[in-house]
Design a protein around this ligand. Structure first.
Ligand code: 48F
Length: 258
């Protein structure tokens, strides 16, 4: 078979735009393709929810591939080991209850399983605003990351969804936008973003599931964004809480949507 460059180009353009158009209306938009967002996308898609994941960066994975200070290993504790099994991630026990996995394999497996479950993953797209109707969050306003980086004055487009998940990590970017744009309070005890506290792995990991919840109408937080929104510590390169938080946010939305 003789290869034709124009067919290669047409194939990429046609299928990309088919997927992009199809993603303009969905059940759930997950903002952020770190470990929490990928885990959420997997469980949501597996449950049959139409799931779109938007990631600003070229590469998926957020803070996971870098491990701890570029040592590409992650730690997962006993309570979340079953999620490593669910994603077919290899690990070894280091000390009782401390499991070590490759951060590269973990990122790859989370991504592959989320995609194979049916989540549509778009990299290089940043969420720069949200859609709000009355007191309901109804979708995301998106632009190319390259446009933001080049500081070009180019208008964004929109995606509608029943639910939005802020899985943007330490920066809590989506909740920050919402906090600025609504007239009422967030569903945090102070009504505002409470802010991330300094490193305390045990405390942070134990509280993160409790903080994984709806933070404003139809807007949920998971992963580090959940602890940042509700004023809890960071945890460093232990990732069990991220996985459990991603699973929990999926379960909350599945329950709500039924
Ligand atoms: O930071 P990130 O990995 O968040 P996470 O899933 O996991 C946190 C851990 O990596 C680690 C930790 C504990 O183990 O403390 O830091 O909570 O992934 C967040 C992703 O969101 C993307 C960003 O590029 C990153 O890949 N992101 C952030 N803002 C936006 C965004 C945005 N506005 N639009 C699209 N993507």
């Amino acid at each position: 078979m003789k290869l034709d460059e124009i067919t290669i180009s047409k194939g990429i353009i046609d299928i990309y735009f088919r997927d992009l158009k199809d993603s303009l209306e969905s059940d759930v938009i997950v903002v952020g393709g770190g470990p929490a967002g990928l885990t959420a996308a997997y469980y949501l898609a597996k449950a049959g929810k139409k799931t779109v994941l938007l990631e600003r960066a070229l590469k998926i994975g957020g803070g996971m591939p870098g491990g701890g200070i570029m040592f590409n290993k992650i730690v997962v504790q006993e309570s979340s080991r079953f999620i490593l099994d669910e994603f077919d991630i290899n690990y070894e026990e280091y000390e009782k209850g401390y499991y070590i996995a490759s951060s590269i394999e973990s990122t790859a497996q989370l991504t592959a399983k989320a995609a194979k479950a049916g989540a549509k993953i778009f990299n290089l797209i940043s969420v720069e605003d949200v859609m709000i109707r009355g007191d309901q969050i109804t979708g995301a306003v998106i632009n190319w990351t390259a446009v933001q980086m080049a500081n070009l004055h180019i208008d964004p487009i929109t995606m509608r969804s029943k639910y939005l998940i802020d899985a943007t990590g330490h920066d809590t970017e989506i909740v920050k936008i919402v906090e600025r744009k609504i007239e009422d309070r967030l569903f945090t005890p102070t009504g505002k973003i409470m802010g991330e506290k300094s490193m305390w792995a045990d405390n942070a990991e134990n509280i993160i599931e409790e903080h994984t919840k709806e933070v404003y109408n139809n807007l949920f937080v998971c992963g580090m964004a959940a602890n940042a929104a509700f004023g809890a510590p960071r945890m460093g390169p232990i990732f069990g809480g991220m996985l459990l938080s991603g699973k929990k946010v999926a379960e909350l939305i599945i329950e709500r949507d039924n």
